[in-house]
Design a protein around this ligand. Structure first.
Ligand code: AHM
Ligand code: MG
Length: 337
């Protein structure tokens, strides 16, 4: 019989040297939240859970009931454990401070409780994204500036994919590891140790219906991806519209995911802190690269909690090609390393 490694065992065996156990237990908390959210999403078509909850999130988009559920589960599982000093969620404009009655911990967690929410109603894969920072001053209770750190300073990041099976993929800066939920045991089992991006990319992923809203540099780059122009890269197109699912597929098969800035939408659609940042950290850990078109996502210092960014993420040569097209055509210099 082959060896089975549970997520608990793996996290414990691989906790970073500096970790006191707080980070280890925080990752357990996230795995528990993942199981609860997964069990709810699997019943989404069976119970009266679909449809807008009647509220809107900070970006003015209508919230689905499952978004609210996932946000509340993560908040309630993590606010009283003494492991966090602050949380930031896509579903709440203000940061989530740890109530004064509870002890505070050394970490900050930023998260998108349920991303790809437009796909819930149509039974398409969705996901949770999280990033964990160390708080800047451990003497103080959490402050907004504790969350406004570049993704290069993340101590851990990951996502949960609610797809044909539920997967939890995370990194603490020592490679990327994937676990699949075994529904019979209710346990995440190690299924993809040390995930590496394939050197030969298979896919490009972009919503090309926005073509007319892009800058000339982005348009030329996407033309190139599509095989129009010199030395096309020979990629096939795949786009789900669920960032976690698109990212996961491209991580396994190689490729590039793009969500460029659009005219009238400043920095693009995706959020730097809890969407682009954690995935950029994972991508670099898997051997790839992430950029906003001019500079590494890992180097951008957020100035606000819900800041948006454009995102090009995947195989390094493809992302650097995006930077070249954008800098050449749009007249912007790539930020020096
Ligand atoms: P959300 O945070 O409201 O769910 O939006 C983010 C989602 C991503 O999962 C996905 O990559 C993107 O929006 C799809 O946007 P579009 O429908 O414009 O292509
Ligand atoms: Mg989102």
């Amino acid at each position: 019989m082959s060896t089975v490694t549970t997520i608990e065992r793996f996290i414990l065996d691989h906790q970073p040297e500096y970790a006191s156990g707080e980070l280890t237990y925080l990752l357990y908390d996230i795995a528990l939240a993942a199981k609860i959210i997964a069990s709810k999403t699997m019943r989404a078509g069976l119970v009266d859970i679909l449809g807008a909850a009647g509220a809107t999130n900070v970006q003015g988009e209508s919230q689905q009931k499952l978004d609210v559920f996932a946000h509340e589960i993560i908040r309630k599982l993590c606010d009283h454990t003494g492991r966090l000093c602050l949380m930031v969620s896509e579903e709440q404009e203000e940061p989530l401070y740890i109530p004064a009655k509870y002890a505070k911990g050394s970490y900050v967690m930023v998260f998108d409780p349920l991303d790809g929410s437009s796909n819930i109603d149509v039974n398409v894969s969705i996901g949770t994204i999280f990033g964990i920072y160390r708080c800047l001053d451990e003497e103080l209770r959490g402050r907004v500036e504790d969350a406004l750190q570049p993704a290069g300073d993340l101590v851990a990041a990951g996502y949960i994919l609610y797809g044909a099976s539920t997967m939890l993929v995370y990194s603490t800066g020592e490679g990327v590891h994937g676990f699949t939920l075994n529904p019979e045991y209710g346990e995440f089992l190690l299924s993809y140790p040390d995930m590496r991006l394939p050197e030969t990319p298979a896919y490009y992923s972009v919503n090309s219906s926005y073509y007319n809203r892009w800058s000339p540099g982005v348009q030329r780059f996407v033309n190139w991806l599509q095989g129009i122009g010199e030395a096309p890269p020979s990629l096939s197109a795949r786009y789900i519209g669920s960032l976690v699912a698109d990212f996961h597929r491209n991580l396994l098969r190689g490729g590039i995911y793009c969500y460029p800035a659009e005219s009238g939408r400043g920095g693009g659609k995706l959020r730097l802190l809890y969407e682009a940042g954690p995935l950029a950290f994972l991508m670099e850990q898997a051997g790839g690269y992430a950029s906003d078109g001019r500079q590494s996502i890992l180097k951008i210092c957020p100035t606000s909690l819900h800041q948006r960014t454009s995102l090009f993420i995947g195989n390094r040569n493809l992302v650097e090609q995006a930077e070249r097209f954008i800098c050449l055509e749009d007249g912007e210099q790539k930020t020096a390393d």
